[in-house]
Design a protein around this ligand. Structure first.
Ligand code: GLY
Ligand code: MN
Ligand code: MN
Length: 463
């Protein structure tokens, strides 16, 4: 946790940005895995953690915007709790630890919310993504849980997004710690992938163990696959074989809750073959271009387009594309090779704040999400600001079913050389991802550079 001052200042800013009423921020509780006492690993809600700090179950924060009163609610621990799970500070001690004056039980929370609701005051809350919290909030506010989305506060979402989008120095330090662990995860993957005969799950499992040994869980289920064309390839059942690329997309959360999200793609056995070398370099050139373009006031959707254009030019030089590549991008031809977005914000969540709704985070009134296949999947399209942390993750994939469909429809056939693309149907995919900080006049790669060029990867894999 950061010092008390950080949480006090964050809540003070929130009070300034929300006009009136109460702000209700519900922390997470344990969720049952297969029976009540056997739970999933606890994951705190990121909004709660951002404003109230604690990585503990069953807490609720309330801020009265008009009176300035702040509250931390929960249940006092019982002797039974202490016996089974160990001692924790009292609620009032915890409240004091984050500069909150009032504390109380959940029954007292209900009384406070009742009083506000019956006085006609607005109670602001952000979208809830866990069923138990949907029911809890609906019950507190006396609304039908089926219609809870209609009561979500867009004003509160905007206030949270405004603060959380700009990372402070102390947050950057934590993100870089998470990337340091990701460095170990991915270089270990490279060493393991240099030997054929290993199973994907052995590599993925070892990487997950490194995340845990770094003090936190993985930031999302590891994507580790020799079928990189399956974008979220969570199946790790295959034995790795020469001739395949491994796409390894993995990161962790550090003990402070901040994430990393890194992808490296490497050839099984440790040496790129000619085809792999060509596609890899095309993706890498696109990924590197992003560092030249990222700076405040540039739209990330324009950088996405520039990156896919660079990728398209690379594919043209290989013979997979033809014609005017700028026009190909405009007409959506690149969606065939890269059906996902260039990147997203990252912070306490790997897709930061995605529970608020992607468009509230990545778009605004001036920058509306495209409906074009590929670009429509871009989570961050708006103008960049100094302090944003985002991912730069272009990729190139050969999805046999998509190739068949587009070819049959003759889609973008003046730009895509289907005869050549057919030969790559057994290729798989490649993605390269780093985490980037937008600075006052440019950007910087976060963390120690992880081997990325063809030479660097081959050297690392030979160690
Ligand atoms: N982990 C999925 C992504 O890179 O966004
Ligand atoms: Mn990723
Ligand atoms: Mn990512």
């Amino acid at each position: 946790m950061f010092a008390k001052k950080t949480y006090v200042e964050r809540r003070r800013q929130l009070m300034k940005d929300v006009s009136k009423g109460l702000i209700l921020i519900v922390g997470n509780s344990d969720s049952a895995f297969n029976y009540q006492a056997n739970t999933y690993s606890f994951r705190q809600d990121s909004t709660f953690r951002y404003f109230f700090g604690y990585d503990l179950q069953g807490l609720v924060g309330v801020i009265d915007v008009e009176s300035g009163d702040e509250y931390l609610f929960g249940e006092e621990v019982s002797m039974d709790d202490i016996i089974w799970t160990g001692p924790v500070p009292t609620l009032s001690e915890r409240a004091k630890g984050i500069g909150v004056k009032h504390s109380g039980t959940i029954r007292e929370l209900r009384a406070l919310i009742d009083k506000a609701v019956f006085a006609g005051r607005k109670v602001h809350f952000v979208p809830q993504y866990r069923r138990e919290n949907v029911e809890f909030v609906a019950d507190l506010l006396h609304i039908d849980s089926e219609y809870i989305a209609a009561y979500v506060s867009v004003e509160l979402i905007a206030a949270c997004v405004k603060q959380r989008s700009i990372k402070s120095e102390e947050e950057i330090v934590e993100i870089e710690k998470a990337i340091a662990t990701a460095y170990d995860m991915h270089t270990t993957m490279m060493h393991m992938a240099s030997k054929t005969g290993t199973y994907e799950y052995q590599i993925a499992g070892t990487m997950e163990g490194i995340a845990l040994a770094g003090g936190g869980p993985v930031s999302f289920p590891i994507i580790l696959t020799t079928h990189g064309e399956i974008l979220h390839g969570h199946d790790h059942s295959l034995k790795i074989k020469k001739g395949r690329m491994i796409v390894s997309d993995a990161g962790c959360e550090n003990p402070a809750g901040y994430c990393s999200d890194i992808t490296r793609s490497v050839p099984v056995g440790g040496k790129f073959d000619d085809r792999q070398r060509l596609i890899y370099q095309a993706v890498l050139d696109a990924q590197l271009l992003v560092f030249d373009l990222c700076k405040p006031n540039v739209k990330y959707s324009d950088i996405h387009k520039a990156a896919v254009q660079k990728l398209g030019e690379g594919l043209k030089s290989i013979g997979l594309m033809k014609g005017d590549i700028h026009e190909a991008v405009e007409q959506g031809a690149m969606g065939m090779f890269m059906p996902h977005g260039l990147g997203h914000m990252m912070g306490l969540d790997v897709h930061d704040m995605e529970n608020y709704g992607e468009n509230y985070v990545g778009y605004d009134k001036k920058n509306v999400r495209s409906t074009q296949f590929g670009l429509a999947s871009l989570r961050l399209g708006r103008e960049l600001k100094s302090g944003f942390v985002l991912t730069d993750e272009p990729g190139c994939y050969f999805v046999p079913a998509l190739i068949d469909q587009w070819k049959a429809e003759k889609k973008c056939s003046s730009f895509i050389n289907y005869k050549e693309v057919e030969k790559f149907k057994d290729f798989g995919g490649i993605r390269i991802e780093d985490d980037v900080l937008i600075t006052l006049n440019g950007c910087r790669l976060l963390g120690k550079p992880i081997p990325k060029t063809i030479d660097e990867i081959e050297t690392e894999m030979s160690r």
